[in-house]
Design a protein around this ligand. Structure first.
Ligand code: HEM
Length: 405
């Protein structure tokens, strides 16, 4: 008889720091042995196959829990406690259609391809400035992967350069609150950070009302003042905080994973160096192979059937985007890092109505970093064992010592 125990395995994946650097063998075992199972630990259903994950993320019967099911929940990435919140105090990430459709439609006005592309020269200049400061060796995370996306989101939102350094640690504190393993103390710190960011944004919104700029905050305020459909001030705030929180550390880890994986696969780095048209593919392959957001979740609003498993309304689902991205039913030789893959539909940005609003911006940042590093340096090395953050929703290293020449 097999001694395979999916509960023990998922517990290790979710809580054992020793598994964080390489969760993929454990995820493969889960996908092969128990691709859909309800863990006895919490009653949550765990999904690890690509098609099942994509199906539930796109299924209108799966979404965010209704208010009565939220009681006792902890804070969300949008910065306010999830307890007792009405729809207006939830960011779009925690809304279901039609409320979600309305907010997403209005916020999307600020994420036009034109606005993203317009940031290209500014992002390139920021990356160059940070790489100049880093010099030939040092910690890539602290010097580049951390400040770059934070400053990019600040530029997008319209936070003045002088305020960005003060805001960054608050956003980091906020991010800890979404980890399933966050302690009560971390959640309290995250809640406090949420309050401070909210108060800062209230002042900035007041400023932009009288003096609109060409930035996201001004677009959202305009959307709130336009005739017909509108965003309330609170909706502007919670969705701005969401964009900040969702766009910052995710991209930090994309950049860290990018450099780590390119150094770990020198043949692939050489390929990209010889054929720079592969830069976008390389970023896509990093997203597939080592996704910054490893898990996503849904609440079952109405009974569903997933590959023959009856999952009743009221259940919670955890989808392992990392496992789905390595499903051999979809990706040939999924454990091979291959920058030549084409048409990869990675799960790393989710799927369906909540598909990441910042995907184009994140990809652009990754591509600019890879291009600028290739332009500047022929030899890349990692000089010390990277240290990992003890986190699994947003997984990545906290320090990456590099040497470039
Ligand atoms: C590599 C970097 C990134 C990754 C891996 C990532 C991942 C994700 C994922 C998996 C979701 C879906 C969540 C769900 O299904 O519930 C999501 C949603 C979202 N992301 Fe990203 N993200 C990244 C960068 C960004 C950036 C740069 C921004 C904005 C500046 C952003 C803004 C958002 C927003 C607003 C949502 C919510 C969309 C909605 O609820 O309709 N993300 N992201």
């Amino acid at each position: 008889m097999s001694d395979f125990d999916p509960d023990a395995l998922i517990l290790r994946v979710l809580t054992d720091p020793a598994v964080i650097p390489d969760p993929y063998p454990s995820l493969r075992e889960l996908r092969e042995q128990a691709p859909i199972f309800q863990t006895a630990l919490t009653g949550t259903w765990i999904l690890t196959r690509y098609d099942d994950i994509r199906a539930v993320l796109r299924d209108p019967r799966c979404g965010s829990p209704p208010p009565q099911a939220r009681r006792g929940e902890r804070m969300g990435i949008d910065g306010s406690s999830r307890r007792d919140r009405d729809p207006e105090s939830l960011s779009m990430l925690f809304l279901n259609p039609p409320d979600h459709t309305r907010i997403r439609g209005l916020v999307s006005r600020a994420f036009t391809p034109r606005r993203i592309e317009k940031l290209r020269p500014e992002i390139t200049a920021m990356a160059d400035g940070l790489l100049d400061d880093l010099g030939p060796e040092g910690d890539l995370i602290g010097s580049l992967a951390f400040p770059l996306p934070a400053n990019v989101v600040s530029a997008l939102v319209g936070v003045p350069a002088a305020d960005r350094d003060d805001l960054r640690p608050l956003i980091t504190d906020l991010g800890v609150g979404i980890e399933p393993t966050a302690s009560d103390e971390e959640v309290a710190i995250a809640d406090q950070a949420g309050r401070e960011i909210r108060s800062y944004l209230l002042d900035l919104i007041a400023d932009r009302r009288t003096d609109p700029h060409d930035d996201l905050l001004s677009v959202l305020i305009e959307a709130s003042e336009a005739d017909g459909d509108r965003l309330t001030e609170n909706e502007v705030i919670v969705n701005t905080i969401l964009i900040y929180a969702a766009g910052f550390e995710t991209t930090t880890h994309l950049i860290g994973n990018l450099v780590r994986n390119m150094v770990a696969h020198p043949d692939q780095l050489a390929r990209v160096r010889h054929d720079r048209a592969l830069v976008p593919n390389a970023v896509e392959e990093v997203l597939r192979f080592d996704p910054p957001v490893q898990i996503d979740g849904r609440y079952v609003l109405d009974d569903i059937d997933v590959a023959g498993h009856q999952i009743p309304a009221g259940s919670s689902l955890v989808t392992s985007l990392a496992a789905g991205n390595r499903d051999p039913a979809v990706f040939e030789h999924p454990d091979h890092f291959d920058v030549g893959r084409v048409d990869t539909q990675v799960l790393s940005f989710g799927s369906g109505v909540h598909y990441c609003l910042g995907a184009a911006l994140a990809r652009l940042e990754g591509q600019i970093v890879l291009d600028r590093l290739l332009d500047r340096y022929d030899h890349w090395a990692i000089t010390a064992e990277p240290s990992w953050r003890k986190r699994i929703t947003l997984r990545g290293v906290e320090r990456l010592d590099v040497a470039f020449s």
